[in-house]
Write a protein that binds this ligand. Structure first.
Ligand code: HEM
Length: 332
């Protein structure tokens, strides 16, 4: 993501910021982040909503634990363009799903399956944005992140743009300055950036995403053995195999723990942008704090995910709709 992109986004953003986030961890004072959201939103109209989401996510997780990583990333990509409005789920020509950053996104089928079940129980009631938010919370819980309570009432967005996703979704080569600016444009701060990047303690990346790290790393920022391992792993019949996949956390890839941060200290961060967070004075102290306080990391991750889900939500009837299928806007 280019700095100019971030700045133009800042200028264009409809999100009302009354102050900018400070690197000292102070929360930005922005107006009514979750105005219109309510913990009891479905209490009358769809009382079983949270239970249904939780059950379907658990069944999917029991069959394949990697759905958790898939959903967490899907939720982040939705947030990244226009906030939590389920715009990432729209499957149409020119939509966010066609962006390069969406190539390996997973979990669409699961959200659609939950939606179909909820449509049977409470037709035209539960938005896809609320389903994605709840499913991500429940998947996070399955992998050991603490529970966080949710507010509901998000409407589904009417637009989804490949161009916007190409411009704003970080791909792994960004500078720390760009990433901070991006998070601040959403009302989140440096601490949120570091803590949420801890999601890379699970899941995989393609070798295409690892390439910049292998090509650009100064020797003192990439562990030699780890670099050799990655080069071997990303080679097939003598060629660089872009589609091959590598664990984001090479030490404990299936456990949600703080080893992702320890890996940065060992020069074993997989993505270039991740490793940079150790070497930048604005992010280093938070990385080090997450290394010494593993429980704090899990707690803060849950709280930051909760905030993520309240960014730029659409709540007015004139702002969005409740889609009938998550992959398409309604036709009237
Ligand atoms: C801050 C900047 C971030 C960058 C540059 C970034 C970049 C990436 C990249 C390049 C991949 C690998 C994609 C592939 O090659 O298939 C990835 C995977 C992943 N990202 Fe991020 N990410 C960022 C933040 C986040 C955040 C905030 C979250 C969640 C809160 C997140 C969750 C994940 C997860 C769980 C995966 C693994 C997905 C899977 O296994 O399918 N990322 N990220």
């Amino acid at each position: 993501m280019r700095m100019s992109s971030v700045l133009s986004f800042l200028a264009l953003s409809a999100f009302v910021l009354a102050g900018s986030a400070a690197a000292d961890g102070n929360r930005p004072a922005y107006e009514n982040p979750a105005e219109g959201l309510n913990p009891s939103y479905y209490a009358q109209s769809c009382p079983g909503m949270e239970g249904i989401v939780q059950r379907v996510v658990k069944e999917a997780f029991d069959a394949d634990y990697t759905v958790a990583a898939g959903l967490i990333r899907l939720f982040f990509h939705d947030f990244a363009v226009g906030g939590c409005d389920a715009s990432i789920l729209i499957d149409a020509p020119g939509s966010e799903r066609e962006a390069a950053s969406s190539n390996t996104l997973r979990g669409f089928y699961l959200i659609e399956a939950i939606k179909a079940e909820l449509e049977e129980h409470c037709p035209r009631t539960v938005s896809c944005a609320d389903i994605l938010t709840a499913a991500t919370r429940d998947a996070s819980r399955e992998i050991g992140v603490g529970y966080w309570p949710l507010k509901f009432g998000r409407k589904d967005g009417l637009k989804s743009s490949k161009e916007a996703a190409d411009q704003y979704v970080p791909m792994g080569r960004e500078s720390v300055t760009d990433l901070i600016a991006f998070f601040e444009s959403k009302g989140l701060n440096v601490r949120d950036l570091v803590v949420l990047s801890g999601a890379h303690t699970i899941g995989k990346a393609t070798c295409a995403a690892v390439k910049p790290r292998l090509c650009n790393a100064k020797p003192d920022t990439l562990d030699r053995k780890y670099g050799d391992f990655l080069r071997r792993k990303c080679r097939h019949r003598g060629y660089f195999a872009e589609y091959e996949r590598v664990e984001l956390d090479g030490e404990t890839p299936t456990t949600f723990d703080n080893v992702y941060f320890k890996n940065l200290e060992r020069k074993m961060g997989l993505l270039e942008s991740d490793q940079k967070m150790l070497h930048d004075s604005r992010t280093r102290s938070v990385v080090q704090e997450m290394i010494t306080e593993p429980d704090e990391f899990k707690h803060e991750f849950a709280m930051a995910m909760r905030r993520l889900g309240e960014v730029q939500v659409l709540t007015g009837d004139d702002e969005g709709e409740v889609r009938l299928k998550c992959s398409a806007v309604n036709k009237y």
